[in-house]
Design a protein around this ligand. Sequence first.
Ligand code: M6R
Length: 369
Amino acid sequence: DKGGWPSFMAKEVSEEPEAVANTLRGRMRDGQVVIPELDGLDGLFAGITRIIVIACGTAAYAGMVGKYALEQWTRVPVDVELAHEFRYRDPVIGADTLVVSISQSGETMDTLMAVKYARERGAKTLSICNTQGATIPRESDAIVYTHAGPEVAVASTKAFVAQITALYLLALHIGRVRGSLSPTEAAQQVLELEAIPDKITRILHLEQARIEQFAAWMADTRSVLFLGRHVGYPIALEGALKLKEISYIHAEGFAAGELKHGPIALIEPGQPVFVIVPSPRESALLHSKVVSNIQEIRARGARVIAVAEEGDAAVLPFADEVLRIPLAGPLFEPLLAVVPLHIFAMGLATAKGLDVDQPRNLAKSVTVE
Ligand code: M6R
C-alpha cells in the first residue's frame, strides 16, 4: 500500500526519519548503546584484529560510510569489500576476523555466498539485515536488525540510512566492549544519533519541493557527476547509483581528491556536478579542500550543485544551486547529505515519466550469483 504517495519510493523516502528512529529504538539506555541481540556475545569482538564489511550496491556504500565510524570508535582496521569480489580472491581471514555483512533483503546471493565462505574459513560473522528471519542472518553468528520496515521500491533509500545507523550502533557497542571508547565519548555520539530523525524531517520539509522542481528542470541532462571526500565519498557513489538506476542517466561518483588524477577531463561547460561539502565548523581543512575542488571545476564551466550545511556561505559564490542540510557532527553528515540525492533521483525519474519503483532490468533482491 503506497499510503497515498505516488510511488513506493516516495513513501519510503518520506519514511527515512522513522527508519533511523526505529533502528535506534530500544538500543539506548542512560546515554549508552545497548544492543539486546548482542547480549552475551562479547566474545565475538574480544579477539578480533580486523573487520571486513561485505555487501553489494547501496548496502556496500553504507558499509563504506560505516568504516569511518568503526575505525574511529573501535580502532580496529576495517576493509569494505563487494561481496562478489571478496568471495573469489582467497582473502586472508580467520578466527581473528569479524565479517560484517549488510543486506536489506537478507537474500542477496553474492552476499550470502561470501558469508558462508567466511564462516567456513573460521571468521566470525555478524549480519546487519532488514528482513526478519532471512537467509543471511540465519547463516551468521550474530544479527543486528535494521528496522526500516519493508522496502518495496527497487531503489534502496530508507534501508540505506537504517544500515548506517545500525553500523554506528555496532561501532559504539564494539568500542565500549573493547574499551577503545569512553562512556562520555559514546554518550556524545548517541546524542548525535538521536538528533538525526528530526534533521532528516527538516530536509524533507524545507528542501524536498525545491529539489523536485530543480530535478524536473534537469530532466534532459545526459550525464551527472557526484563528488565527495571522506564520508562524502560513499554518498557521492550512492547519489550516482540511485540516479543511473531509476533515471537511466549516466552518472558517476568520484572521490573529490581524484579529480586532478583523471575525472576533471570530463568537465566541460554546462556539466552538472553535485558536490557534497563537509561542514566548515567540524572540518575546516576538508571543507577548504572541497571548496577549492569546486573552484577548479567551476573554472572549467561545470554547473555546481552543492549539498552544504545550513549557513555555509563559502560555497555561495561558486555554486549554481545549494541544497541545504542541518548541522551535524562530521560522521553524521552522510545520514543527511544522502537525502537530497535520493529526492533528486526520484524527482528526475518522475519528471521523465519513468516507473521509479520498478526500473528496467532490475530486481529488488538479486538471488542469483
Ligand atoms: O538486499 P540487499 O541490501 O543485499 O541488496 C543489495 C543491492 O542489490 C541493492 O542495494 C541495490 O544496489 C539497490 N537496488 C540500490 O538502490
